[in-house]
Ligand binder design. Structure first.
Ligand SMILES: NC(=O)C1=CN([C@@H]2O[C@H](COP(=O)(O)OP(=O)(O)OC[C@H]3O[C@@H](n4cnc5c(N)ncnc54)[C@H](OP(=O)(O)O)[C@@H]3O)[C@@H](O)[C@H]2O)[C@@H](O)CC1
Ligand SMILES: Nc1ncnc2c1ncn2[C@@H]1O[C@H](COP(=O)(O)OP(=O)(O)O)[C@@H](O)[C@H]1O
Ligand SMILES: [K+]
Length: 491
C-alpha cells in the first residue's frame, strides 16, 4: 500500500518508533524534536489567536509536558505572560531540560489551577498527556482538564488532546476539548474516529522536518476527496449498471425509496425496486424514474433478479418471513451486493457465506450483532472491530458513525474524515447503501465503491449541513450536493 504522507495514519506505537528512528538513526536529538514541536505549536497559536498575550500551560510529567514548557519559553521570549501548572516534579531527560529552559526564560508556576481566575488567560495550552496516555486522567490531571473545559478559554492541545486515546479515538473521562490540536511527526489514527471530533478541534500536522517514513506501512489511510471522471460521450444506460434495491416491508417503504433514489442520484443507469405491493403507487408517483416491482412471494423475484447487475439489500427489509425470503434469494445469486440494515441482522442471526464482491455497511449496533458482542465493545476499538468484521465475513465492510472506517478482509483500512452529527437521523444509512450500490454498478471494485461512497455521502452531508445547519437535516437533502460532488474532482 502506498499512501501519500498526509493521508497516512499510524498507531501511537508506530509514531513513537518514528521518533526513535529519527533520534537513533538520523541523529536528530530528542530535545531538537521537542523544540521543533514547540515552534510549530507556537506558530499555530499565534496564527489562530493573534491577540493572545497571556498563556496558561498545563504540563504533564512526560515529553508532552516538555513540549508545553518549550512553547512557554518561546512565548516568554516573544513578550507573552506565561504561567505553568506542573502535574509533578518527576520530569526526566528532555522534559526536565525543557522545564529548566522555561524557568531560565523567566517562566513561573501557576500554583493550583482551580484557584486561577479564568479571565487571566487568553489561551490554555494542553501539554498534559500525548501518546503516552496510559489510563484515564485522575486526581489533579482530571480536575485541571475539567477546569480548562469549563473555563470558556480556547484550548490548544499538543499532539493529542489529553485524555483521548491516540489509537482508538476513545475519550477517557475527562478529556480535553480543544479548539485546535497540533499533532507532531505523523497523524495518529485515533484523531479521526469515535470521540475525536468532539475533542480535537481544528487539526494541524507538523512533521518536525522529518522525512516521510518508508516503513513500516501506515496502519490506515484517510479517504481522498474526489468524484468520478466524466462519462464516455458514447455511453448509454446499459453501460452504467442496473441496481436492484430489495426491501421496504410494511411500514418501511421510505427506507427503500431513499436507497433506490440515492442509487439513481449516484449515477446507476437503471434502478429497480423489489418491495411490497402497497408501496408501488407511492414510489411511482414520487420518483417515476424508478422501476418499482411488487414482490409478495419469491416467484415474483426471479425475473427481476435476472435483469439486475448489483443488489442493494436491507433497508426496511424487516426480519419476518417476507424479508427472510428476499435475503435468501440474494444470498443464492452471485451478484455483487451491498448488505445493510435487516439483511445484516439476518446474516448475524444465521451466518452464511456471502457472494463475492459484497460490501457490508453496519452501524455499531449491527456490527455488534455480527460479532456477537455489544455496541460498547465495538466503539471501544473501531479499528479492531472493522478488521474483525471484514476478516470474518470475507467482505469489504464500512463501519459507520463519526469517522466511518472501511476495511478489506486483508486488513487494509481507510478512515472518513467528513460527516457531521446532523447525519444521525433516520434514512441516512439507506442513502449510503444506494450510493455504494450505484458505484458498484458503474464498475468500481467493492473497496473503491465503499471508499468513494462513504466519502461522497459524508461530504454531501457536510455540504447540506453548511447550507442550513445540522439539526433538521434530512437524508434526501444529500441528493443535490451528492450529484455535484460525484461529478466534480475526479482526481
Ligand atoms: N522525542 C520524542 O519522542 C518526541 C515526543 N514528543 C512529545 O512527547 C509525547 C510523548 O511523550 P511521552 O512518551 O513522555 O508520554 P506523555 O504523553 O508525555 O505521557 C507520559 C507520562 O504521563 C504519565 N501518564 C500517562 N497517563 C496518565 C494518566 N492518566 N494520569 C497520570 N499520569 C499519566 C505517564 O506515567 P506512567 O504511565 O508511566 O505511569 C508518563 O509519566 C508526544 O505525545 C509528543 O507530545 C514531541 O516532542 C516530538 C518528539
Ligand atoms: N455523528 C456523526 N458523524 C458523522 N456521520 C454520522 C454521524 N451520525 C451518523 N452518521 C452517518 O449517517 C449514516 C447513518 O446510518 P444508519 O445509522 O444506518 O442510519 P439509518 O438506519 O437511519 O439509515 C451513516 O453513514 C453514518 O456514518
Ligand atoms: K496533550
Amino acid at each position: 500500500m502506498s499512501v501519500p504522507m498526509s493521508r497516512a495514519l499510524y498507531t501511537a506505537a508506530q509514531v513513537r518508533a518514528q521518533d526513535r528512528h529519527a533520534i537513533e538513526q538520523w541523529g536528530v536529538p530528542g530535545f531538537t524534536l521537542m523544540q521543533r514541536a514547540a515552534h510549530a505549536a507556537f506558530g499555530v497559536l499565534r496564527t489562530r489567536w493573534p491577540q493572545a498575550r497571556r498563556l496558561l500551560l498545563l504540563c504533564g510529567p512526560g515529553n508532552n509536558g516538555g513540549d508545553a514548557f518549550l512553547l512557554g519559553a518561546l512565548a516568554l521570549q516573544a513578550g507573552f505572560e506565561v504561567r505553568a501548572a506542573t502535574l509533578s516534579d518527576t520530569a526526566q531527560g528532555d522534559a526536565l531540560l525543557a522545564r529548566r529552559a522555561f524557568e531560565d526564560a523567566g517562566g513561573v508556576r501557576a500554583g493550583a489551577v482551580e484557584a486561577c481566575s479564568r479571565e487571566r488567560f487568553d489561551v490554555i495550552v494542553d501539554g498534559l498527556f500525548g501518546t503516552g496516555l496510559s489510563r484515564a486522567p485522575e486526581g489533579a490531571a482530571a480536575q485541571w482538564i475539567a477546569w480548562a473545559n469549563a473555563s470558556g478559554r480556547p484550548i490548544l492541545a499538543l499532539d493529542v488532546p489529553s485524555g483521548l486515546d491516540a489509537d482508538t479515538g476513545v475519550a477517557r473521562d475527562p478529556c480535553v476539548r480543544a479548539a485546535a490540536t497540533v499533532t507532531f511527526v505523523a497523524h495518529k489514527r485515533g484523531l479521526f474516529t469515535a470521540d475525536a471530533g468532539d475533542c480535537c478541534g481544528a487539526l494541524h500536522l507538523d512533521r518536525l522536518e522529518l522525512p516521510e517514513p518508508t516503513s513500516p506501512p501506515p496502519d490506515a489511510e484517510l479517504l481522498r476527496a474526489h468524484g468520478l471522471p466524466p462519462r464516455r460521450r458514447n455511453s448509454h444506460k446499459g453501460s452504467n449498471g442496473h441496481v436492484l434495491a430489495l426491501g421496504g416491508d410494511a411500514g418501511t417503504g421510505g427506507a427503500i425509496r431513499l436507497c433506490s433514489e440515492a442509487a439513481l442520484r449516484a449515477g446507476a443507469g437503471l434502478v429497480s425496486v423489489a418491495t411490497r405491493a402497497a408501496h408501488i403507487g407511492a414510489l411511482n408517483a414520487a420518483r417515476p424514474e424508478l422501476m418499482a416491482h411488487a414482490v409478495e412471494q419469491q416467484a415474483d423475484l426471479a425475473p427481476i433478479l435476472r435483469q439486475a447487475s448489483v443488489l442493494a439489500i436491507g433497508p426496511g427489509l424487516g426480519q419476518g418471513d417476507w424479508g427472510r425470503a428476499l435475503w435468501q434469494a440474494a444470498l443464492d445469486c452471485d451478484l455483487p451486493q451491498v448488505v445493510d440494515a435487516d439483511a445484516l441482522n439476518l446474516l448475524a442471526a444465521h451466518p452464511a457465506p456471502l457472494p463475492a464482491r459484497c460490501v457490508l455497511t453496519p452501524h455499531p449496533g449491527e456490527a455488534a450483532r455480527l460479532l456477537q458482542t455489544d455496541t460498547a465493545t465495538i466503539q471501544a476499538d473501531r479499528f479492531a472491530a472493522v478488521r474483525e468484521l471484514a476478516a470474518r465475513y470475507r467482505a469489504v465492510v464500512a463501519l459507520k458513525g463519526s469517522g466511518s472506517l472501511i476495511a478489506t478482509p486483508e486488513g487494509r483500512v481507510a478512515v472518513c474524515p467528513w460527516g457531521n452529527p446532523g447525519m444521525a437521523a433516520g434514512g441516512m444509512g439507506d442513502v449510503l447503501t444506494g450510493i455504494i450500490a450505484a458505484l458498484l454498478a458503474q464498475g468500481l471494485s467493492p473497496w473503491d465503491a465503499a471508499c468513494l461512497g462513504v466519502g461522497l455521502h459524508a461530504r454531501a452531508g457536510d455540504h447540506a449541513a453548511a447550507a442550513g445547519g445540522e439539526r433538521g437535516l434530512l437524508a434526501s437533502d444529500l441528493f443535490l450536493p451528492l450529484r455535484e460532488l460525484l461529478n466534480a474532482d475526479p482526481n
